[in-house]
Design a protein around this ligand. Structure first.
Ligand SMILES: [Zn+2]
Ligand SMILES: [Zn+2]
Length: 247
């Protein structure tokens, strides 16, 4: 499978990247995981406006969903459209949230076919998908995608938790958030630091650690990378918008 980073900025768009959005492709099927602010630009630049065959939204924070609202226009009002409803796997509140954000007193059910996430394993296209609740203030799912013997785990937003360790176990690639700086007093049960991401990667024995969801305005990439490298000795990097990885 192939991972393309469309956006990786944590919490709000950064100067170099939109918010979280990751396109994962296998057998010609394209699953968009999260669709954060600004990532619709990257979708067009790196893949194509109508590339996604399905969408998975890990939680309903703005930095992971807002361009799914903007995308309603793309599907509904395309000159050659409207396009058929796109499958969206998301927390149960997604239809109301996206409709409210779109704001014309209607629904977005003509654009999206919603499936409510629950912990468990299920297929999306060629992928075997496992999701579980992670440690974040709203209903949030970490994700493991498997295809043809390869595996990708995406932390979504989370503080350290056992569910994430299970999802990441022996993953070939672990795409893990590292929002917070080490060495400062961070609020509990929200996000990981670089060191904590590294610790999770080591405990889960992953093949490669990709750090994401850094907050450029408040953090230090060098500091986060160094902290993670102190806790994980495998291949490690901070992802960038436009980067692609064969898994
Ligand atoms: Zn976030
Ligand atoms: Zn969040």
């Amino acid at each position: 499978m192939r991972l393309t980073v469309l956006g990786c900025a944590g919490s709000f768009p950064g100067p170099e990247s939109p918010c979280s959005a990751y396109l994962v492709e296998a057998d010609g099927f394209r699953l968009l995981v999260d669709f954060g602010s600004g990532s619709l630009s990257s979708l067009q630049r790196y893949v194509g406006l109508h590339a996604p065959d399905a969408i998975l939204l890990t939680h309903l924070h703005c930095d992971h969903i807002l361009d799914a609202v903007t995308y309603v226009v793309v599907r509904r009002y395309a000159p050659e459209g409207p396009y058929p409803a796109l499958p969206v796997y998301a927390p149960a509140g997604a239809p109301d949230r996206l409709s409210a954000a779109y704001g014309d007193d209607g629904t977005v059910d003509d654009v999206y076919q919603f499936y409510a996430l629950q912990p468990g394993t299920f297929p999306i296209g060629p992928f075997t998908v496992t999701v579980d609740r992670v440690n974040h203030p709203v209903e949030t799912y970490g994700v493991r995608l498997e295809h043809d013997g390869r595996s990708l785990c995406y932390s979504s937003d989370t503080a350290p938790c056992d569910a994430l360790l299970r999802l990441a176990q022996n993953a070939d690639v672990f795409l893990c958030e590292a929002s917070y700086l080490d060495g400062v007093d961070n609020p509990p049960d929200l996000h990981l630091t670089g060191r904590e991401a590294g610790e999770m990667a080591t405990k889960a024995a992953v093949g490669r650690l990709l750090l994401t969801h850094l907050v450029a305005a408040w953090g230090s990439e060098a500091h986060t990378l160094e902290s993670a490298a102190g806790a994980y000795s495998g291949p490690l990097e901070v992802v960038r918008a436009g980067a692609s990885y064969d898994i």
